[in-house]
Design a protein around this ligand. Structure first.
Ligand SMILES: CC(C)(COP(=O)(O)OP(=O)(O)OC[C@H]1O[C@@H](n2cnc3c(N)ncnc32)[C@H](O)[C@@H]1OP(=O)(O)O)[C@@H](O)C(=O)NCCC(=O)NCCS
Length: 183
């Protein structure tokens, strides 16, 4: 694992979005289809996880694990022979976590049309040390207006994720305390 460059205060120096942006490309094969003959959603999810993992590893300069994946959206079916490009970038960073945005594009093998967006997702990766414990990541530095918008939207998703987790935990604790659900 590489040591991060640090500021005078000892916190990791920021890294621009472009330093870790990644595209993973893959030609879809017949072994990746569902019963309808189009590409299985799980195959696309794995590609999204792979591309996001590459971004998280690049940004944090070391190992990072998938903590969550949300808002996976499938907009159009992907077909055998399509060339799929999974474009991923670090939208936001916390102390040890990073939100990675993924956009899935397809070039249709039998059409000379521009690539079509077929899906998108947001994944949270947590950087970990040798003991599997969360470690600090450098803050991401948005470079363009679009990066800045994505940063702000990621902050909203982060707030909602934490609020949802807290609300569900409190509900479960309340039901257990009332004796409604067994521990
Ligand atoms: C992700 C993991 C490292 C978090 O460890 P933890 O001891 O719960 O650590 P914390 O609660 O301190 O969370 C660390 C960071 O991850 C974030 N995080 C943890 N769980 C999360 C979740 N479900 N969704 C979003 N973010 C999450 C926290 O918000 C925190 O972010 P911050 O440091 O930027 O504020 C741990 O749960 C783990 O190892 N999970 C398994 C990961 C894995 O194996 N993935 C592959 C799937 S097979």
């Amino acid at each position: 694992m590489t040591d991060h460059a640090t500021t005078a205060e000892g916190t990791p120096a920021g890294k621009p979005t472009s330093a870790s942006r990644t595209t993973l490309s893959h030609i879809m094969t017949a072994s990746e289809t569902n019963l309808l003959g189009t590409v299985h959603g799980g195959v696309i999810m794995k590609l999204a996880d792979d591309a996001a993992g590459a971004v998280a590893g690049r940004h944090s300069e070391g190992p990072a694990v998938t903590a969550s994946m949300d808002e996976m959206v499938f907009l159009e079916p992907v077909r055998v022979g399509d060339l799929v490009h999974v474009r991923a970038q670090c939208n936001w960073t916390g102390r040890s976590s990073m939100e990675i945005g993924v956009r899935v594009m397809a070039e249709r093998w039998n059409e000379s049309t521009p690539e079509t967006q077929v899906g998108s997702a947001y994944l949270v990766f947590t950087a970990i040390d040798e003991d599997g414990k969360p470690r600090t990541v450098p803050p991401v530095i948005p470079e363009t207006e679009r990066d800045e918008r994505r940063y702000q939207e990621a902050q909203i998703r982060r707030t909602h994720r934490l609020a949802r987790r807290r609300a569900i935990r409190e509900l479960r604790e309340h039901r257990q305390a009332e004796g409604i659900d067994a521990a």
